[in-house]
Ligand binder design. Sequence first.
Ligand code: SF4
Ligand code: SF4
Ligand code: SF4
Length: 319
Amino acid sequence: MAEKLKIASYWAADCGGCDVAILDTHEKFLDIVQAADIVFMPIAVDIKEKDVEAFPDGYIDVCFFHGAIRNSENEHMAKLLRRKSKVLVAFGSCAMMGGVPGLANFKDREGILSRVYFESPSTDNPDKVLPQTETQVREGVLTLPAFYEEVKTLADVVDVDYFMPGCPPASHQIVNVFQAIVAGNLPPKGSIVGASTKSVCEECSRIKENKTIKRFYRVHEIIPDPERCLLEQGIPCMGPATRGGCGAACPVANQPCRGCYGPLDGVIDHGAKYISALASVIDANNPEEAAKIFDQIADPAGMLYWFGLPASLLRRVRK
Ligand code: SF4
Ligand code: SF4
Ligand code: SF4
């Protein structure tokens, strides 16, 4: 019998949903563990960091790393797992593009700490105490990871072999990628795996009629026609600017695409690309009217860069 692969999965700055998505492959997960030993996966296997440090370099065949790089511990683990892995996959939107944690780049470090530790309504911190990387207590020195100025992608700190988008990646795509790994059938280094080269719109069965709109709605303000394109009903749906592969999971469930699979090939800035899609549906006779219609979108910056601010041209606030 061929030697089993050794795989690992680790989460850094994220919600843990990517690990759950791996477990959500249901009975297919049994195929995964039949072909591969899980040598590190904190959500499922009790193996500690010191055990990983003891692995020889390159011991892990494939490591699925999810989560962005928010602090020094995330970076340390990214570097450790890079060293111990033959193939490192940036798994999910957070690792690939910064993801939802990357929205924090609309603030700087000081602004985030100040909001959380001084200003939030439930905070009682009269001495203005902030977390320290080292605190001397009777028992010795307690340490915490250093909180970075900005959220980074995995590729910002280590060399990445493959990128797998999605928040989280769809289960059928996880299985596809895993089968390709087992078959030794991976594309060239640097490729995006587990996704399509076409847009979400191409996978969406809603009827598109090239209709233009006079106003935008938030999802709770309208009961959309379940058959027709959401964008053409005034609900901002990022399908035209977003890479497919999820089977248009959100529009099928009557929700707009929020862009978690990231931009299409050749697009430098996902948000900018989506602005041009929005412009094509706005029915206005002059720039003022167009601006008024656009202003109906709540939190446009958050919407345009929901999953990829650290990987965008904007990247972060400047002081
Ligand atoms: S990509 Fe989405 S599901 Fe995965 S860790 Fe990030 S926020 Fe969670
Ligand atoms: S914009 Fe959204 S709803 Fe319309 S076709 Fe594209 S994915 Fe479907
Ligand atoms: S429809 Fe859009 S937001 Fe929903 S899973 Fe697909 S890419 Fe992600």
